[in-house]
Ligand binder design. Sequence first.
Ligand code: SR1
Ligand code: MG
Length: 400
Amino acid sequence: MTKHKFSDDAAIIAFVRRHTRLFNDDANLVVTEIGDGNINFVYRVAEPDGASVIVKQALPYVRIIGEGWPLSLDRIRIEAESLVLEAEHAGEWVPEVYHYEHDLAAIIMQDLGEHQNLRHALNERRKLPLLAQHLGLFMARTLFHTSDMHLDAHQKKALVKRFINPDLCKITEDLFFLDPYCDHERNAINPPLRKAAEALWQDDRLKVEVADLKYAFLNRAEALLHGDLHSGSIFVTEQSTKVIDPEFAYFGPIGFDVGSVIGNLLLNWCGQHEQAGDAQERQDWRDWLLVQIDKLWHEFSREFSHLMAEQTVDESLQNPHWQARRMLQIWSDTLGFAGTELIRRTIGLAHVADLEIIEDAALRAQCEAMALQLGRELILQRNDIHSITELLDLVRQLND
Ligand code: SR1
Ligand code: MG
């Protein structure tokens, strides 16, 4: 057993009492393990009908695999420090950190009680009127304010150093850019999709482009990314959006975060083709998803361009022509990384409920084939799709 792991509920309660003032001394606190993520342990500590907090603890391995996949505990420091930094620029959209403790590799943070995991909300076809706006603003503000356009040169490099995150980056380097493009033992492939996966492994044109995206992920320290911005890292109500879980944070290409969000909306679009329920309702929902992608990109690019124009400190980066070129690069990276997310969630290690809830393997394979095809097109055509309208046209054509 790992030395620092909480021994029992009483240890978790004592930890919370030591570091918060939220509970009365005589409150009868209850601990529930609520984590359904791949990597860590997450608990809710609550007073019945009263206050509550979340405790997240990292152990030196991947939760779903066990001690056979070791992982640095530094990830929980990175998560705590990212949440604090994100709060400086986008506080409305992140949970508040109450306490971080290095020795226990644990964070105490705000309980998002009434919020629902976005992946579940999307599968339930729950329309969220502010989601696209919130995510667009969250990304524009966190990414701009941690880039060289805003930070002074020394500050930026000090931050890059603070957020060196080799273990978690290696997971992404392997799961996004390596495994799905070869017959890797970590892959999980629905049998009817096997031929389509094998075709991908032979697709040299695609593999060159994926190598380019991987190289960008490895080398382009543009801004502090969330680094794992999929639907499971977002919690929602009709009025509120919270982005959690930035343990994969590091300085990388801005389009990786934007592409992850768009890729996940597109995964739901693919899954809804064969998910349960009325066909017309599913089609309406899929149209709604495309409208959200459109809104999200507009919100992100409008705010990011505005921040570049108004708040860029470095004189040479104030040039409007260069700023326009920067947006084009972010756009093509966004498309490419969205494509890699679609592919890795379909045949790689970490699948998503948007597709997995389709019980019939043959029907699921139809949606998965759509995700593979779309992912491939986005990667190959990322420099030839010039607008969000062109992107949405390409997506709609998949239905024909
Ligand atoms: C072994 S970790 C698998 C996936 O879960 C995380 O949330 C990341 O998305 C990672 O790729
Ligand atoms: Mg996570």
